[in-house]
Design a protein around this ligand. Sequence first.
Ligand SMILES: Nc1ncnc2c1ncn2[C@@H]1O[C@H](COP(=O)(O)OP(=O)(O)OP(=O)(O)O)[C@@H](O)[C@H]1O
Length: 613
Amino acid sequence: MKTSAEMSGLMQIAGEKKGLLIVAGIFSVVSSLLQMAPFVAVYKIVEELLTHARQPSGIDKDLILYWGIAALAALVAVLVSFYISGMCSHIAAFNILYRLRVRLADHVAKVPMGYHTKTATGELKKIIEVSVEKIEKFVAHQLPDLVSAVVIPILLLGYLFWLDWRMALVLLLPIGVSFWLQARMFASEAGQQAYRDFQYAVEEMNATGVEYVRGMPAVKVFGITADSFLTFKQAVTRYRDISLRITHLCKVSYSLFFVMIISLFTFVVPVGLLLLGGQAGDQSFAITFILFLLFSPSLSIPLLKLLQFGGGLREIVEGNKRIEAVFAEPVVAEPAVPRVPEHYDISFRQVSFAYERQDSKDYKPVLREIDFVARTGEMTALVGPSGGGKSTIASLLLRFWDVQQGDIAIGGVSIRDIGTDKLMELISFVFQDVHLFYDTIEENIRMGNAAASKEEVVSAARAACCHEFIEKLEMGYDTKIGEGGTYLSGGEAQRIAIARALLKNAPILVLDEATAYADAENEHKIQEALARLVQGKTVLIIAHRLSTIRAAEQILVVRQGEIVERGTHDRLREENGLYEQMWQAHIRAASWRLGASGSPGVRASAVEGGQRG
Ligand SMILES: Nc1ncnc2c1ncn2[C@@H]1O[C@H](COP(=O)(O)OP(=O)(O)OP(=O)(O)O)[C@@H](O)[C@H]1O
């Protein structure tokens, strides 16, 4: 179903450059018209030469010179108009490409996270890169080419009809048959299906290829080869099979098309000879016959281009469908009149949630009637067994997904009524898997606040205990992450993420396993950084290391999508329920791990922690 959102993508953007595209089209037509001039000149010159073949002294040299200069001038004009047309179409194309990519990137950032989990990265990458690139080819090259590929044969045929309609009619026959054969093949159900399959096969191969490369650590560890990575192998095999299917499907019609189009003059010869026989001695017919033999091959080039254009157009139409499908993906609904909360208490009211829609066969609620308030200036910790729903609770606060039942509010204002930009302004998030961009360390930290000065970046880095290791790098803050082998350890990346969050200085802070990668020494540094970060904020922390959240004002124990216990560390221990079991397990694990490592200093602090608890 077409929606206005679908149309708003490509058509709207192309429409914005309509002026340039019209100018490109006009100059392409002018250039095509001018390309006819040499044909006329040749005709006139040949006519003059043949008319005076027996008495060369009677040849009008001025006339020949005139047509020679006219042909040359026309060629110069062809060059100029071709240049103008090409420039306009390229400027329009690259502007369209730029805007389309920016809009696509903006759009995919606004759709719910659910879209990204169900759409493979490779598929989206192909749409943003390849499908959009094809539009450049279409607008910059094929559109002007199309104009000349259509206009030149029409004019040339018109001219030939004017010269001799009988031989021109004979030329039309192979042209008509060859195009009909091609059109029949492309329009057939088998042709259409093969082409659709081809597009999907390319996408699938792209997506699984990206998966294969992204999963390289697992590929290496488990000795997976391109042959044993079944989905990739199947995708490549499918691509091969469908390519062969298309080749088989096209071979007859394409071969006939090609042979007929490049040998047009062979159709003219018998008819020309027949007519010549009936008009013996008619010199002007002989001249026309020669011209037909000369001009017929000139028809082949634009006609072959026209076929190429047909294939290219199909690719663009398919690619465009995919681009429009991305635009059709609904974005997170924004409020008509956004509200701004006056304080930053977070409340979850009877929130139930499933990643799937209720009518889906895979529907499985992961959260049930979650109800709590996280107050400003307090730390609220989410703990519980793996898969219980802790990360889901945190991501719902960011509106990565909208809840199906209940409501989430900040300062009493439902997060649906706070604009997404404002919501993101209010929350700093330190994810479990820190994503650092392929950019300098300074820019990676500055992502927290684009307006921050270098001094502010450095002071955030100091507070997050990462200044020291950054300074040790050869390029310091200008080090590009991922370049020249510069990769950061998990703990270092975590501290960069904390620096980012410090710089953002948002009133709400969500920490997902912030100390997951840290060793004992780093954990201390991270704790120190966090202590600075959390002051006066509403803090929601997901932690597996229970020692890090003992001081939390509120601990919520989440199991199988429900809050099963809540309270402070001491109260929960007294309740002697799941939390106490987890705490005991934590202590045992800490003493076992640290005992094995033989680090007395660390063992002492862990045991001390356990005793104090
Ligand atoms: N994007 C997703 N799509 C579908 N199901 C998901 C998605 N993310 C998580 N789930 C499912 O939701 C449930 C809760 O997952 P969640 O990551 O919130 O748990 P968690 O308590 O944070 O686990 P952990 O401590 O291991 O990180 C799990 O059953 C998980 O499989």
